[in-house]
Design a protein around this ligand. Structure first.
Ligand code: GLN
Ligand code: ZN
Length: 751
């Protein structure tokens, strides 16, 4: 067991500087977790086999962290699916519809649904690309400790001779992320019940020998009301006041802790985790908060969200500054390392200057050593010299804001005349089902089994059939179907300068879904057209307009690891310039409608309201820079995959797209009123059916949705489309659904 400094020993010579991480990737070096869980789902692995795979992954992680030299090692960061789901099951927050199931069946049914039982809703974890399962609570919820997972994992580590710090989702964050079917019931009302369960758990952990527990409260990095801060105080006064408990580390991350710090400082929690990467103001907060001199600060100075090496001298000086302010400083990562890939050493084609999880652990250890031995023990990282493209930068400077198109109302008249579409034009969001044949052709090209010409022939054949199908169905604006795209960001990243791809850089997105985000490391430029060939080919197969299809600048950043040596806004402008050229090339090649998808516009929104305006200003400017280079007769579309716009609703019109398609099927077209109230006057395509399930919507049902829509929107502004791309669907349901959609549009037109 590693020696630990006492929490209040203060500033004596640092002989045993503590070091830790808030969490670690759990998927395994080669996605062993995904393989095991999917094998279990497919019946190829039994429950015992799955448990064994979990045990091995955990053992590997703990041993690795111990061998790397961390003094404090987290446990219970493992999960078969998601830590929020684990918490719900642990505290008995299981909705009634799962009552007939138990064990792993119930666990996975909550994650993915089972025959006739809908799963929990899934949504993004703060501003990351990790998705968690949303707890469902209500007045009937009775919390009860029904799973001893944190104890069991602690026990497993202890048997291996590794003392660990169990990690739990904090009670406040849990309830703030929970939702209730009854909007009048605020989940926070369940706080006292939940605290009883946490108290019982903490007591049991203490009895088992646990000396410290980490309670994750990332919700404290967002704006919190006075009432929520009161709940925070109540929670940690209660837990801090327990007589038999481990030490409590309340870990915040993803931003500044703000008003929550004095609240926590006034409780008996021993340690507070602060993110000094996303929250540079946290240092001043510690300095100005009475009571912090008696607390331990777990200093998140190594970035857990991005893939660049840490500037060690700067991190060290933050920690040194904290030494004078806090009772103890523990060196740590800014958040769990689950948001970065495992090991950069395995990569052969990435730029210099990167650190993945393993390298970041080594950085934490190095800073810890320097705290004992002096700054000479760390060497500054060689600054990453991002490739600079002088010509591109000069063009961008000369372009300024871009060029103005005519006002939308004027453009709409020109476009109506030139496109000659019927009222309520029908279209789709871009992708058609990705068939096995399409995936095989891509894999064969990568594996060298077919050449470029063979691959292109396969894609052209697919485009032929997608175009013929759309004509037969009777859609008005066609798409090429995106068969050549594995992923809407990766496809463009592979073709742009300034982006690199990893071979093994997997990160968990949700459950068993892992992604390999590209790395944007230098100036972005477009060596040659990226989509024009496919679009032109598709247009050559039909007399109806084919819509060109691109991924917008914000989404290109949001789903990548992005350089940090210049503001995001600057990087967004570079991506926008490349897209602007692509859009002009599409226009010059005869494509009259171009869609620029921005599904990530909302998720990059800063967690605190104070940052919203500045973010929206650059995000909107980047979109406009990309899309304003075309003539007034070229119609620009955009697409977003959600209907709850919240704080960004005002920005939708500012994008100045001619048509926006959104998700609306699940919210009963209410959003059209919201958009109108926000002053949106352009074309709108509210998704008329939900593509997230294989169910085929009836014509009547779509007709009803459209009738609701024409009440809220003038028919000349209304478009008819599904609510997202079709690539995850099968052809049978896609064809049937689109036929019903076209039939419904014709009925409503005839009125
Ligand atoms: N054009 C993309 C598609 O249809 C849009 C995907 C998305 O919105 N996430 O697949
Ligand atoms: Zn979508």
């Amino acid at each position: 067991m590693p020696a630990k400094a006492g929490f209040h020993e203060g500033k004596g010579p640092m002989t045993d500087q503590r070091t830790t991480v808030l969490g670690y990737p759990r998927i395994g070096p080669d996605r062993e977790l995904k393989k095991a869980v999917e094998a279990y789902w497919a019946g190829r692995l039994d429950a015992a086999g799955l448990e064994q795979a979990g045990r091995e992954l955990r053992e590997r992680t703990w041993s690795e962290l111990r061998d790397a030299g961390l003094t404090d090692i987290p446990s219970n960061t493992f999960s078969f699916y998601d830590q929020m789901l684990d918490t719900s099951v642990m505290i008995g927050a299981v909705p009634a519809r799962f009552a007939d199931l138990d064990g792993l069946d119930r666990y996975f049914a909550m994650a993915r649904g089972a025959r006739g039982i809908a799963p929990l809703e899934m949504t993004k974890w703060f501003d990351t690309n990790y998705h968690y399962l949303v707890p469902e609570v209500g007045p009937q919820t009775r919390f009860r400790l029904t799973w001893d997972k944190p104890l069991a994992e602690y026990g497993q580590a202890r048997e291996l001779g590794i003392e660990t710090r169990p990690v739990l989702v904090g009670p406040l964050t849990y309830l703030l992320l929970a939702k209730s079917a009854d909007p009048a019931f605020a989940p926070l009302r369940l706080l006292d019940d939940l605290l009883d369960v946490y108290a019982e758990l903490l007591e049991r952990l203490a009895t088992a020998g646990v000396t410290e527990v980490q309670l994750d409260e990332p919700a404290l990095a967002a704006d919190r009301s006075a009432e929520e801060l009161k709940a925070l105080a109540r929670a940690y006064e209660h837990l801090g006041g327990l007589s038999h408990r481990p030490r409590l580390l309340v870990a915040t991350y993803f931003g500044e802790i703000g008003a929550a710090l004095p609240v926590l400082a006034a409780t008996r929690v021993e340690a507070v985790g602060l993110d000094f990467v996303a929250g540079p103001g946290n240092l001043a907060a510690v300095a100005s908060t009475p009571g912090m001199a008696a607390k331990s600060v777990v200093a998140g100075v190594v970035n857990g969200r991005n893939v660049w090496r840490t500037e060690l001298p700067a991190a060290l000086s933050t920690c040194a500054a904290l030494l004078g302010l806090a009772g103890e400083v523990v060196i740590s990562t800014s958040c769990s390392l689950m948001h970065v890939p495992l090991d950069v050493e395995r990569e052969t084609a990435v730029p210099e200057g990167l650190a993945f999880a393993r390298q970041k652990v080594a950085e934490v250890v190095a800073i810890g050593r320097a705290m004992r031995e002096g700054p000479g023990a760390v060497v500054p990282a060689v600054p990453v010299r991002a490739p600079v493209d002088g010509r591109m930068r000069a063009r961008l400077a000369a372009l300024g804001e871009g060029t103005a198109r005519a006002a939308h109302a004027e453009r709409a008249v020109i476009q109506r005349a030139s496109l000659g579409l019927p009222p309520l034009p029908t279209t789709t969001i871009g992708s058609f089902p990705q068939t096995d044949a399409v995936r095989r052709a891509r894999a064969d090209l990568r594996g060298g089994r077919i050449d470029r010409a063979g691959y292109e022939a396969a894609m052209r054949a697919e485009i032929d059939s997608v175009i013929a199908l759309q004509e037969d169905i009777g859609l008005d604006v066609l798409v090429h179907g995106e068969p050549e795209r594995n992923d809407m960001v990766q496809y463009f990243a592979e073709q742009l300068d300034g982006y690199a791809a990893t071979e093994h850089g997997w990160v968990q997105s949700y459950g068993t879904r892992c992604v390999r985000p590209p790395i944007l490391f230098g100036d972005v430029a477009r060596p040659e057209p990226m989509t024009v060939g496919w679009a032109v080919y598709a247009q050559s197969r039909t007399g109806r307009p084919v819509k060109g299809m691109l991924t917008g600048p914000v989404t290109m950043l949001a789903w990548s690891f992005v350089r940090e040596d210049q503001p995001l806004s600057e990087t967004a402008r570079q991506v926008a310039l490349a897209l602007r050229d692509e859009i002009r090339d599409l226009e010059a090649a005869g494509i009259r409608i171009i869609q620029v998808d921005e599904p990530a516009l909302r998720e990059l929104l800063p967690l605190r309201a104070a940052g919203h305006a500045a973010y929206l200003a650059w995000a909107v400017a980047a979109f406009r820079l990309a899309t304003s280079g075309v003539s007034d007769s070229t119609q620009i579309h955009t697409h977003m995959c959600y209907s709850e716009f919240g704080e960004i609703i005002g920005a939708i019109g500012d994008l100045d797209a001619d048509v926006t398609s959104v998700e609306a099927a699940r919210s009963g077209m209410e959003l059209l009123e919201d958009l109108r109230a926000a002053g949106y006057t352009r074309g709108i395509g509210p998704g008329v059916y939900d593509i997230h399930s294989p169910r085929v919507p009836e014509t009547d049902e779509i007709e009803r949705a459209l009738r609701l829509a024409v009440r809220a929107v003038e028919p000349e502004r209304l478009w008819v489309n599904p609510d997202c791309g079709l690539k995850t669907r099968g052809y049978a349901e896609t064809e049937a659904s689109l036929r019903n959609m076209v039939a419904a549009a014709r009925r409503v037109r005839a009125l």
